[in-house]
Design a binder for this molecule. Structure first.
Ligand SMILES: [Zn+2]
Ligand SMILES: [Zn+2]
Length: 217
C-alpha cells in the first residue's frame, strides 16, 4: 500500500519536497485515493499561507470544519486536518456540521483567522466525475474503485493554483477562549476507570465518572 501511494503521488509534479512528504502521510492516514481529501489538503495549505503560519505542531491553531456526515466529499476534512496539523487528538479540529465544503482556521496567539471555501467549479467537476456518478452513487466502496477512475481525480487539483481551488475570506480578527489544560487524573470510585479531573464528578466526597454519576450530565 505504501509503495502504491508513493507511486501515485510521485506522478504529481507540482509539489514541493515537504508537501510531497505530507501528502504521502495524508494518503496513508486517509486510506484511499479520492477527489475529496485533496480539496482539503490544498485548502489547508492555502489557509496556512494566508495566515502566514506554519503547520500546527502544538495546539495554537484551531480548524473548525463545516462538513457534515453522510454526504459526498466529506473526505475533505481529512485533508484539512493533515495539511494544517489541526488534528482531532490535539483537540484543535472541531466539526460544526453544516453540510458545507468550507472551514475556518483560527490562529489563537495572533487572534487572526481565515474562512476557506472549496469553489463551486471544483465541486461541480468532482460531483460529475465517474468516481461519484458511476461508482460511489451505486454503493461501490472507494477502495474498490479502479485506479484509472480514482487516480486522475486525486491528482487533478495539484496542477491548479490554490486560488482556482479555494476562495479565502480574511484574515480577520477572531478570538477563541484558551482553556487551561488539566494534568490531573482521578479514578472513578464506582467503575475504576481513570478520568481526567476536569471531567470527574464528586458524589458524597468520592470521584465518579460521567458514566457512573447519578445525576444527569
Ligand atoms: Zn476519501
Ligand atoms: Zn465510572
Amino acid at each position: 500500500m505504501f509503495t502504491r501511494n508513493r507511486e501515485l503521488i510521485d506522478e504529481i509534479a507540482a509539489l514541493s519536497a515537504d508537501e510531497r512528504e505530507y501528502l504521502y502521510a495524508a494518503l496513508t492516514l486517509h486510506g484511499h485515493a479520492c477527489g475529496g481529501m485533496p480539496m482539503g489538503f490544498v485548502g489547508g495549505l492555502a489557509a496556512l499561507r494566508a495566515l502566514g503560519i506554519e503547520r500546527e505542531r502544538n495546539m495554537d491553531t484551531v480548524a473548525i470544519v463545516h462538513a457534515g456526515r453522510g454526504h459526498a466529499a466529506g473526505c475533505f476534512v481529512d485533508g484539512v486536518q493533515f495539511a494544517t496539523g489541526c488534528t482531532f487528538g490535539k483537540g484543535v479540529m472541531q466539526r460544526a456540521p453544516k453540510g458545507k465544503w468550507s472551514f475556518e482556521l483560527i490562529h489563537k496567539p495572533s487572534g487572526r483567522a481565515v474562512r476557506v471555501r472549496i469553489r463551486n467549479a471544483i465541486l461541480d467537476r468532482a460531483f460529475a466525475a465517474p468516481f461519484i456518478t458511476d461508482y460511489r452513487k451505486k454503493g461501490v466502496r472507494p477502495t474498490d474503485i479502479p485506479a484509472q477512475v480514482a487516480h486522475p481525480g486525486f491528482k487533478r487539483l495539484f496542477g491548479l493554483d490554490a486560488e482556482e481551488v479555494v476562495k479565502i475570506e480574511g484574515p480577520y480578527e477572531r478570538h477563541l477562549p484558551k482553556p487551561k489544560p488539566c494534568f490531573e487524573r482521578v479514578v472513578c470510585s464506582v467503575c475504576g476507570a481513570s478520568v481526567a479531573e476536569n471531567y470527574a464528578r464528586r458524589e458524597e466526597g468520592a470521584a465518579v465518572c460521567v458514566d457512573c454519576t447519578h445525576y444527569a450530565s
